[in-house]
Write a protein that binds this ligand. Structure first.
Ligand code: HEC
Length: 203
């Protein structure tokens, strides 16, 4: 009886080892299947701004994206016309006229408009970056602003509407976007090479 029990126990143990072995091997295959994953991680680690989750596109990148242009910006601007005009000499609404706002001093380009002190005290100039931050969340940018607008969550929309505004009385140069920084490119290649080595080891 004891002998038989030992034999059964032996087989059970053996089966367990096989199962473990299989799961390790399939785990390797799973990785080998997805060589792009380590590559992506490489970028994320090098990423300009990461706080868990995907690295967000930079404004420079969004401004140079295909389809991000003044005509797309005009569509987005439909969300603004309840409060803003943009033509030269246009009337102030709830918000100030926005002719030539890009490149102007924050909270002062329409003399006589009663800006909130939150915006006036902010200081600085409306460039691509400040406009991006403002349109993403006016309240986060200038706490206490009287622009009661939740913000544009998509960076493509913010970029497009900034390009659109830039064509009305401003003419700021659009920043160039350089595809990948030399450093992170090296990182990416390394990760890819590692993935390849891992894949080879499995074969
Ligand atoms: C509900 C009304 C409202 C909407 C909608 C709105 N704004 Fe405004 N906007 C304001 C007000 C009010 C101010 C003045 C804010 C202050 O003084 O704090 C302002 C200020 C601004 C300024 C700063 C102007 C300056 O002279 O410094 C910009 C730029 C701007 N808005 C752009 C936009 C864009 C682009 C949109 C649409 C995506 C938009 N706004 C939607 C009410 C609005």
């Amino acid at each position: 009886m004891d002998d038989r029990f030992n034999t059964i126990a032996g087989w059970v143990l053996f089966a367990g080892i096989i199962a473990l072995g299989l799961s390790i091997v399939s785990g390797k295959f799973f990785h080998a299947d997805k060589p792009e994953r380590p590559e992506t991680l490489g970028y994320v680690i090098e990423g300009v701004e990461t706080e868990g989750g995907e690295a967000e596109m930079t404004m420079a990148e969004a401004l140079n994206m295909e389809g991000v242009d003044a005509s797309k910006g005009e569509q987005v601007f439909a969300k603004c016309t309840a409060c803003h005009t943009i033509e030269q000499g246009g009337a102030n609404g709830i918000g100030p006229n926005l002719w030539a706002v890009m490149g102007s001093q924050i909270g002062s380009h329409v003399p006589g408009y009663a800006y909130s002190s939150a915006l006036v005290d902010k200081g600085g100039v409306w460039d691509w970056e400040t406009m991006d931050a403002w349109l993403k969340s006016p309240r986060a940018f200038a706490n206490g602003t009287k622009m009661s607008f939740a913000g544009l969550s998509k960076i493509e929309d913010r970029a497009a509407v900034a390009i659109y505004m830039n064509e009305y009385g401003s003419n700021l140069p659009v920043p160039e976007y350089v595809e990948v920084v030399a450093d992170s490119e090296t990182e990416g290649d390394d990760a890819e090479a590692e993935a390849e080595v891992e894949a080879e080891a499995v074969e």
